[in-house]
Design a protein around this ligand. Structure first.
Ligand code: GMT
Length: 378
């Protein structure tokens, strides 16, 4: 029996929750003595600077732009490079994060090499958005059913997967986690002074600015809050809705108090100095960004959508409101920002949630146990 299987990881490499979880997990798995090989078109952004000579290792997918091809066929290229890595390093298990194209490529590489097992972790939009699209429903269902083990990041997502694909297969729920040693409150006033005056409330949103994040609601909520008390908004990340959020901030007269910071890996600095996190998504399988904020002692105002209530407890570590109800979100934000005692209670509860329920020490062993089980059953 292989107690420390050699693991390959396939994930999205840009800023985004699934790639962040894949990278943070891969680093923890490597620290626990496993050989870990990331395979991707580029190095995952949170992996940069964290590689040692003992790994985790990174292998870039080689592709070939032949003139006859109207597309680069990334899934085939990923399966090809992964198959090489499996053979060369004796990989026992591939952990595919996100069903399409990663689970598909991992299953394909297993078929090519005739070795290794496949664990697929479903992250959210791979099921609720991409997988639910008729264009990808069959391939996503197949990728899930052919994986040797499947995990989902929330009970909500496991249920959604069964509903969308009508599958009865076992799906283990393993929540996202946060490194509560790194995501901490930053008390140095000089860091905060770069973004806000001491009397201003600092409100923050972090995402990939896709339509599902409803970034215009962030600006709407902020404009209502800023009309009642001194406040600033930090918008971290980038994506297709950034320009609309920018235009709306200008239209609502809050552009001078809003900073669009773009995307960067050490988001913990911005979270560590902010006061309140907004997550008004129309759907969210878990809400990793909110959990990272909570670890920094920040209450969260979010929509009551998807798996968010598995993390944000209404009235305890934040407030929940219906999707699109910007008035209720603004009222909740004002309530917690104005009431010092409530703020202190909620920020302490937010930190406690992160440390007691979503600490790597609790979550990573669940993945490691799943690795061992899956390899043993092979
Ligand atoms: O939409 C994002 O935030 C990116 C997306 C991804 O797959 O990269 O995030 C999903 O996975 C995260 C990690 O498991 C979850 O915490 C997010 O809730 C989930 N996003 C959605 O469901 C919209």
């Amino acid at each position: 029996m292989q107690e420390r299987p050699t693991v390959a990881v396939l994930c999205h490499t840009g800023a985004g929750g699934s790639g962040v979880v894949a990278t943070e997990l891969g680093l923890q798995v490597a620290r626990s003595g496993h050989e870990v090989h990331f395979v991707g078109p580029a190095m995952p952004f949170r992996l940069m600077g964290h590689q040692g000579f003992r790994g985790p290792y990174f292998h870039q997918i080689s592709s070939f732009a032949y003139a006859l091809f109207d597309q680069p066929y990334p899934e085939l290229a990923a399966a090809n490079t992964l198959a090489e890595v499996i053979q060369e390093y004796g990989v026992d298990l591939t952990h595919a994060h996100y069903a399409i194209p990663h689970a598909t490529a991992a299953n394909h590489a297993r078929a090519i090499t005739g070795r290794g097992r496949v664990i697929t972790t479903l992250h959210g939009t791979d099921v609720t958005l991409v997988g639910a699209e008729p264009a990808f429903r069959q391939t996503t269902r197949h990728a899930i059913e052919r994986s040797d083990h499947v995990t989902a990041v929330s009970h909500f997502l496991a249920e959604q997967t069964r509903e969308v694909f009508g599958t009865q297969r076992e799906i283990e729920v393993i929540h996202n986690f946060v490194d509560s040693g790194r995501f901490v409150r930053i008390t140095d006033p000089a860091v905060r002074a770069r973004f806000a005056h001491p009397e201003e409330a600092l409100i923050v949103h972090v995402s990939n600015f896709r339509p599902v994040k409803r970034v215009e609601d962030v600006v709407q909520v902020f404009a209502r809050v800023a009309s009642e008390l001194p406040a600033r908004l930090l918008m971290v990340g980038d994506g297709p809705e950034r320009a609309r959020a920018f235009d709306l901030a200008r239209e609502l007269g809050v552009i001078g108090r809003t900073q669009f910071l773009g995307s960067f890996p050490d988001v913990q600095t911005v979270l560590g100095i902010s006061d309140l996190f907004l997550l008004p998504s129309s759907n969210e399988s878990f809400g990793l960004a909110a959990l990272e904020a909570m670890s920094c002692e920040m209450p969260v105002v979010a929509s009551r959508a998807g798996g968010i209530p598995e993390v944000v407890e209404h009235g305890v570590n934040g407030f929940l409101a219906d999707v699109g109800d910007v008035d209720a979100m603004a009222d909740a934000a004002l309530r917690v920002l104005r009431d010092r005692d409530l703020y202190t209670r909620m920020s302490a509860a937010a930190r406690e949630t992160a440390v007691t329920r979503f600490h790597p020490g609790l979550i990573v062993p669940q993945y490691l146990a799943a690795y061992r089980r899956t390899v043993r059953e092979g």
